[in-house]
Every structure is written in structure tokens, then in C-alpha cells.
Design a protein around this ligand. Structure first.
Ligand code: ZN
Length: 314
């Protein structure tokens, strides 16, 4: 191969690589129950390869239209989700739910602007306050996949309780702990539980807006529900409670580890070196998420331990 041919080859390879070529998330809806589909994201961090598709979205085809649960990380994802739905059913999309404020769940809203997008009040508030910040940081993390994405606010408030839609009986739960408001949806007709980010499977939970004590309570509620299939916010769909157990085990370990470090006066640098048991260390993106969680949660835990110490000395 001559030098010119080699250069040409490199240019062509760069052009057809995902960073340059036409962006395609390759969304493949998987039917998990009658008329109920899930699109599984990667158990990874946001990056230029996955374009932010690290999240599970879903939809339910009812007799009176399609219900979409979360819209993905970008305008492009939302558009490709809508196209994927259109290939499966002629039914119109009648309702979109945003489970919580995080960008990977809501930045596809733009593709559903003509449809009622519903969310819990604190979720709408959170997106109003922080949506643009999320959008900026997603551009940095996922690059060109985010082109043309802007924040679209939900237009309808979700009230917890039962709603009947086209032959499906949906029970809507208002929880919190992963974020200030986490919408969990149990389709009592099919037994599919959309647990959103209250439940992670095989992936380290994220904590930028977490209240761990509340999150534990939410996990108790989710455990008490009767479901046939559990769709976590991240990770594979299962028919058992393993992801609930995993999420709880991680959060308990995390909070114990941080509290113990605060009580014994460890520094953040020491804490970041921490070794976890293999069941926790083997969760996807453990190292990065653990470090982020230390940064999110430790200052507060440390301040509380210090003020307790001061009270005891007085
Ligand atoms: Zn989240």
C-alpha cells in the first residue's frame, strides 16, 4: 500500500466511524409482554460511542394508542425511538411519561413535543431548573449525537394512583430517593413493573440527586409490589428481585463506607482508594460511579459527623 493509499484508507475509516458518520442508535424494541416493549441501553458511562444510550426506555401499545416511558438522551434518540415505534404499530402515541429529571431519560422529549408529556411536579421543576445544564454536559460527554437537542418540559402533572388506558390498568407511584421524584409504573394488566432508576441491574447506581435513606424506603415499596417482570432504569429485564437486592446492597455498602470514613476521620483521598467486596466491585462502571458518589455524598456526611463530634465535646 502506498502512502497515498494509506492516507486515503485512514480518512475513509475516520469518516465511517460513529463519530463522523450518520448517527444511528440501532434501537431495537424487544417485546417482553403483550404489546409491551423495552429498548435496552448499554451498561456504560455516556461516551462518544454510545451517544448517551445507557438507559432503558419502553412503550406499551394499548387499544387507544401508545404510551411511551422515557425518551432517551437526545433529540436523535427520541426521533429514532418514534420511528421504531411506528414500524411496530399504526396506533398513535397518546402519552409520554418522564420517570425523573435525569438527562438520559428526558432529552428525547423534543421528538414528542406534539404529545402530552407527563411527569411528577418535582421532576418538572428539576428539569426547568437544571435541564439546560444537563444538556450542556451531555454535549461534552456524547458529542455530535446531541446535535440540535434542546430541553422540552413535560406539560402535564402526574398524580399517583390508577389510570386506565386502552385496556391497560397502570398504577403510578410517586417515590423519591434516586432523585427528588421518581415515577414508578406498574402495569397491572401485564404485570410489568417499570421501576425507573429506583432499580439498577448489573450497573452501579448513580447518586447525583440521591437521598439514600429515602431511596431505601422506595426499594422497600418496590419489593412489596407484585410483578411478573421488572424493567430497571439501567440493565437487563428480569422476573425476580435480584436488581432490587443489588441496588440495596450497593447503597447500604456505600453509606456504611462513607459514614465509617467520616467517623474515623479519613480524608476523601483515602476514601477514594476503598476496596469493595467483589459483588459490588463487579458492577459495571463501579470505580467511576463510586468516586462520583464520594464527591456527591461525603461532604454532607462528614459535616454531620464533625458537628456531632463537636456536640459531644461541649
Ligand atoms: Zn437517573
Amino acid at each position: 500500500m502506498s502512502v497515498t493509499q494509506l492516507l486515503l484508507f485512514i480518512v475513509v475509516m475516520v469518516m465511517i466511524s460513529p463519530a463522523w458518520g450518520a448517527k444511528d442508535y440501532g434501537l431495537t424494541p424487544k417485546e417482553i409482554a403483550p404489546g409491551t416493549y423495552v429498548l435496552l441501553g448499554q451498561n456504560e458511562h455516556f461516551n462518544f460511542r454510545n451517544g448517551g444510550n445507557i438507559v432503558n426506555t419502553g412503550f406499551i401499545i394499548t387499544e387507544k394508542g401508545v404510551i411511551v416511558i422515557d425518551t432517551g438522551p437526545s433529540r436523535l434518540y427520541g426521533e429514532q425511538l418514534r420511528t421504531a415505534i411506528g414500524k411496530i404499530t399504526d396506533q398513535p402515541i397518546v402519552k409520554v411519561f418522564n420517570t425523573h429529571l435525569h438527562p438520559d431519560h428526558i432529552l428525547g422529549n423534543q421528538a414528542f413535543e406534539d404529545i402530552q408529556i407527563a411527569a411528577l411536579p418535582s421532576t418538572i421543576e428539576g428539569i426547568r431548573e437544571q435541564g439546560e445544564l444537563f444538556n450542556d454536559s451531555m454535549y461534552r460527554l456524547a458529542g455530535a449525537w446531541m446535535a440540535g437537542t434542546r430541553v422540552v418540559l413535560p406539560t402535564q402533572i402526574v398524580k399517583p394512583g390508577v389510570v386506565e388506558m386502552g385496556g391497560h390498568r397502570l398504577r403510578l407511584f410517586e417515590m423519591d430517593g434516586h432523585s427528588h421524584a421518581d415515577l414508578v409504573i406498574l402495569d397491572e394488566t401485564t404485570g410489568v413493573l417499570f421501576a425507573a432508576d429506583v432499580v439498577f441491574h448489573g450497573r452501579t447506581p448513580t447518586t447525583p440527586h440521591a437521598d439514600v435513606a429515602h431511596w431505601m424506603q422506595a426499594l422497600d415499596t418496590v419489593s412489596s409490589l407484585k410483578f411478573k417482570l421488572l424493567v430497571p432504569g439501567h440493565g437487563h429485564v428480569v422476573s425476580d428481585s435480584l436488581p432490587i437486592v443489588q441496588t440495596r446492597e450497593y447503597l447500604q455498602w456505600l453509606i456504611d463506607r462513607l459514614s465509617q470514613a467520616a467517623e474515623t476521620g479519613q480524608t476523601m483521598a483515602e476514601l477514594l482508594q476503598s476496596d469493595a467486596p467483589s459483588s459490588i466491585a463487579n458492577l459495571a462502571v463501579f470505580r467511576e460511579e463510586y468516586q462520583r458518589s464520594v464527591v456527591h455524598l461525603f461532604p454532607d456526611i462528614e459535616a454531620k459527623a464533625l458537628s456531632r463530634g463537636r456536640v459531644e465535646q461541649d
